[in-house]
Design a protein around this ligand. Structure first.
Ligand SMILES: *[C@@H]1O[C@H](CO)[C@@H](O)[C@H](O)[C@H]1NC(C)=O
Ligand SMILES: *[C@@H]1O[C@H](CO)[C@@H](O)[C@H](O)[C@H]1NC(C)=O
Ligand SMILES: *[C@@H]1O[C@H](CO)[C@@H](O)[C@H](O)[C@H]1NC(C)=O
Ligand SMILES: *[C@@H]1O[C@H](CO)[C@@H](O)[C@H](O)[C@H]1NC(C)=O
Length: 264
């Protein structure tokens, strides 16, 4: 190694700067840039950058008292997040509103929710929670999970929020003020902007896209859907998905068995 550096320093004073065998060009960033091959060397020089890709954004348009939303959040979204949360593969964007409607009322809005006034109250609390945690899923998702798996999601809010170390006083103040109304209104606008429009709750988007196929894959196996969508190097947690290496190996062993049995 030292010898290589010596060669580099020795030659770099002159026009013969890149007079070193191509096999060494990717050894260091300095040589690569002197030899004009930095982009080509990036895989070797910066392996982590080379495999980095944007996280898959999972949009969840839901209602806090809707049984299908509750089932999806508690049985699919949260467990998938637990598996992927340290990998940077998935980013969650939750929008608590669903099929609610709004009317202008004075300077604010009135909402009507599919599952009654309690659901509006819960959706507003969750909108305030999202804002209060700066939309950081590591902070808000455990609270939403705690609420949604409770038989009374709205009544459970205070305890779930406090137990997560968040400030109930602030979130409750937001939810009981015009701020909560404005946040809910914003969620309503985001929901109304969906294309195609929401006809089912929870409504799932992947990188902003919704199709029937995406929806049914998300509902049945979100982990596989996210892992297959992710363009970077797959983390270990992706290896046991339906189409992952684990399943592939099992299928392979099984077909090997059949193969040998049929010959045997
Ligand atoms: C809005 O809610 C207020 C009470 O908060 C009620 O008096 C009013 O009638 C409602 N308006 C509409 C349009 O629902
Ligand atoms: C919540 O926040 C308020 C104002 O930011 C603060 O006065 C209060 O002590 C906090 N409560 C808890 C339990 O941290
Ligand atoms: C409402 O929002 C304003 C502006 O963002 C903020 O200053 C105020 O503290 C908030 N009030 C409540 C009760 O959350
Ligand atoms: C959103 O949260 C921030 C603190 O993170 C707060 O200052 C702001 O008032 C909140 N917005 C609303 C509309 O409550």
């Amino acid at each position: 190694m030292e010898i290589k550096y010596l060669i580099l320093f020795f030659f770099c004073g002159s026009a013969l700067c890149c007079d070193i065998a191509p096999a060494y060009w990717c050894d260091t960033e300095a040589i690569a840039s002197q030899c004009g091959v930095l982009p080509a060397c990036s895989d070797r020089l910066y392996p982590s950058y080379a495999t980095e890709a944007d996280p898959v954004v999972v949009g969840v348009y839901f209602e806090c008292l809707c049984p299908d939303s509750i089932r999806f959040i508690t049985n699919m979204l949260f467990p998938t997040w637990v598996k992927l949360r340290t990998t940077g593969v998935m980013k969650i964007m939750m929008v608590p509103y669903g099929k609610a409607t709004m009317n202008r009322h004075g300077s604010g809005y009135n909402f009507t929710c599919q599952h009654g006034p309690q659901e509006c109250e819960g959706n507003i609390i969750e909108n305030c929670l999202l804002n209060e945690t700066n939309y950081d899923e590591a902070k808000y998702l455990p609270v939403i999970q705690c609420m949604e798996r409770s038989p009374q999601p709205v009544a459970a809010a205070e305890q779930c929020i406090t137990r997560s170390g968040l400030n109930w006083t602030n979130i409750n103040a937001c939810a009981s003020s015009v701020n909560g109304t404005m946040l809910m209104h914003k969620a309503g606008l985001a929901t109304a902007a969906l294309n195609p429009s929401l006809t089912w709750v929870p409504w799932i988007t992947i990188n902003g896209i919704h199709t029937d196929h995406i929806q049914s894959s998300a509902i049945t196996d979100l982990l596989t859907l996210v892992c297959e969508t992710y363009k970077g190097e797959k983390p270990r947690s992706c290896q046991h998905t339906k189409h992952g290496i684990g399943a592939y190996a099992r299928r392979q062993r099984f077909s090997n068995k059949l193969y040998f049995r049929s010959r045997g």
